[in-house]
Design a binder for this molecule. Structure first.
Ligand SMILES: Cc1cc2nc3c(=O)[nH]c(=O)nc-3n(C[C@H](O)[C@H](O)[C@H](O)COP(=O)(O)O)c2cc1C
Length: 172
């Protein structure tokens, strides 16, 4: 009997940030499936404000790595996806950032569903201009995050969340 696919809630709950990867590379088809999950995220007015840079080359990852405190993660991840907001497509910064967040979460869940691992890197944003320059991004692209991904070489943390009683402040 074939194993039933996990429910979406199970996938959401079992996804953990993975920060250690094996050296095994990811093929282009896999990366395209991940990007495809990203671009099917909702966006305000369906403006799809995201742009991506796929970074596989070791030389480029070595240049990117010192731009974050999380150097080792980028050095060791076989692939990184830098996610940008395209200001030429932007109409409302808050809504565009929300859409990019949805896009990134879609990618993280798809990566998890494929048995791969990933981590959303935000600390690198302190060097967003340098990252944009390194990746030859046009002037109108603003870095939103880097997703490091690959075959997991660790299980990930426990995964802790506050209880609903702590976060729901009104039910009427
Ligand atoms: C906006 C954002 C920025 C993050 N930046 C980093 C980062 O720079 N480095 C890192 O190791 N993890 C980063 N993370 C991952 C979080 O630390 C992680 O999602 C959180 O601790 C919950 O753990 P879990 O993903 O395993 O459930 C970031 C996550 C988000 C959503």
């Amino acid at each position: 009997m074939t194993k039933e696919a996990p429910s979406i809630l199970e996938s959401i709950k079992s996804r953990r940030s993975i920060r250690k990867f094996t050296a095994e590379p990811n093929d282009d088809e896999t990366i395209n499936q991940i990007l495809s999950a990203g671009i099917w995220a909702p966006s305000g007015k369906n403006n799809q404000p995201w742009k991506f840079a796929v970074i596989k080359s070791e030389a480029l990852r070595k240049s990117l790595a010192p731009l974050t405190h999380y150097t080792k993660i980028i050095e060791n991840a076989p692939c990184c996806i830098a996610v940008f907001l395209d200001h030429n497509l932007s109409y409302d910064r808050t809504k565009d950032c929300q859409a990019i967040g949805a896009c990134i979460q879609n990618m993280l869940l798809t990566i998890h569903d494929m048995g791969l691992g990933a981590v959303w890197l935000g600390e690198i944003l302190r060097n967003k201009e340098k990252v944009a320059e390194l990746l030859e991004a046009p002037q109108n692209f603003e870095l939103m995050a880097v997703v490091a991904l690959g075959h997991p070489a660790e299980k990930g943390g426990k995964g802790k969340r506050k209880g609903l009683d702590e976060v729901v402040f009104l039910r009427r």
